[in-house]
Write a protein that binds this ligand. Structure first.
Ligand SMILES: NC(=O)c1ccc[n+]([C@@H]2O[C@H](COP(=O)([O-])OP(=O)(O)OC[C@H]3O[C@@H](n4cnc5c(N)ncnc54)[C@H](OP(=O)(O)O)[C@@H]3O)[C@@H](O)[C@H]2O)c1
Length: 345
């Protein structure tokens, strides 16, 4: 088989605003003996994409950079040492590659027509799961799966407050908490997102654009008491910044604060009095394993999890979609189809 040499990709050559993003032709990445070449059928954006473009994470990206970390597609060719995969198979790669780091962060991303991954990173996509759905799962949904279940150990009957719940991680966290039998209080900064959060199962919603979420929790459940009662059992907080101490103040004794990120700032003011007085537990979650992605693919296959896709676009929409994330104008996930014609419905 003659392998493709060139492909279309969205790229940026220096950090900055979305004006740095251009669509162009570039080399198809080289494939080693243990690698697989994938025709990318769908890729999805994540909360880190605006940060990678601006350079605010401090991570070293290879330039010119191709953004985006999550994708799904078909195997086009396999390296000489690969026996597990064949051309035509539908696959979803785990985006973290040993020795190179996270795809879309320190490794060139998947906003491109082809991508190369080590064969060991690939997971098969069940027939009933679309490329679009599979491309939504690894980073945001995988992280939510690990944070809520493996690390957070959420249980039936618990009250779970999810901040910024309309994002990729938040929507999945909400669905997993409802599936586990928890009562979910979800926050968002716009009324249209609150309606959507209720439509996917949130028991209570708080508009953080107009209301203080700590006041909202006190109205619902009362002030946490050292003797027990009041507040919530779990707060999911990947926002950081000025939401951190407020989150501690929402937790009932022995409550858990789960975190996997800090969109609004990673070095917030701390008030450790709440940690000892209420014997609180701060639990971090980082990344996800292939087993998390596999479990999510099975849930979508069974119909017990539905990835929420707000919009699908072409490679020409990468900049627009990164701006939407930065402007907090997204509910769920945004998907790019690299073979789609710009403007196609
Ligand atoms: N450690 C890991 O392995 C890992 C993996 C994936 C994601 N993460 C982190 O998890 C977080 C969420 O990721 P995501 O993909 O779900 O992001 P997202 O889709 O952008 O969602 C984040 C939500 O946070 C809120 N938000 C955004 N900017 C904010 C700001 N400046 N101040 C307060 N709230 C803000 C928004 O909700 P409202 O506007 O409605 O409030 C938004 O819906 C990010 O920090 C990301 O880096 C970590």
């Amino acid at each position: 088989m003659v392998l493709p040499e060139k492909m279309q990709a969205a790229m940026f050559a220096q950090h900055g605003s979305t004006e740095e993003i251009y669509l162009g032709e570039t080399e198809v990445p080289d494939m080693g003996a243990e690698d697989v070449l994938i025709k990318v059928q769908a890729a999805s954006l994540n909360g880190f994409d605006p940060m990678m473009l601006s350079g605010s994470t401090g991570l070293k990206t290879p330039m010119p950079m191709i953004p985006l970390g999550d994708c799904a597609g078909e195997v086009v060719a396999v390296g000489t040492a690969v026996t597990r995969w064949q051309p035509g198979q539908r696959v979803c790669p785990h985006p973290f590659v040993a020795g190179e780091g996270m795809t879309g962060e320190t490794r060139r991303g998947v906003a491109a027509q082809y991508a190369v991954f080590p064969a060991r990173n690939l997971l098969p996509i069940p027939d009933s799961v679309s490329f679009r759905q599979a491309a939504c799962l690894p980073i945001a949904y995988g992280t939510a799966h690990r944070m809520m279940l493996t690390r957070g150990k959420i249980k039936s009957g618990e009250r779970v407050l999810i901040l910024g719940a309309g994002g990729g991680v938040g929507v999945c966290a909400l669905e997993l908490a409802k599936a586990a039998g928890c009562a979910v209080i979800a926050t968002a900064s716009a009324p249209w997102k609150l309606d959507k959060l209720q439509s996917i199962g949130a028991d209570h919603v708080i508009n953080t654009g107009t209301d203080d979420f700590e006041d909202g929790i006190r109205r619902l459940y009362g002030k946490p008491r050292m003797t027990g009662g009041g507040g919530v059992d779990v707060v999911v907080n990947y926002i950081g910044g000025d939401t951190w101490v407020k989150s501690l103040r929402c937790l009932t004794p022995n409550g858990r604060l789960l975190t996997c990120g800090a969109t609004a700032g990673y070095n917030p003011v701390e008030d450790i009095r709440y940690l000892w007085t209420y014997e609180l537990n701060v639990i971090g979650a980082n990344g996800f394993t292939p087993a998390d992605i596999e479990a999510l693919l099975q849930m979508v296959d069974r119909g017990t999890l539905v990835p929420h896709i707000q919009q699908v676009g072409s490679l020409a929409d990468v900049g627009l979609f990164i701006n939407k994330l930065a402007d907090r104008d997204v509910f769920g996930k945004l998907v790019i189809e690299p073979w789609r014609t710009p403007g196609q419905d």
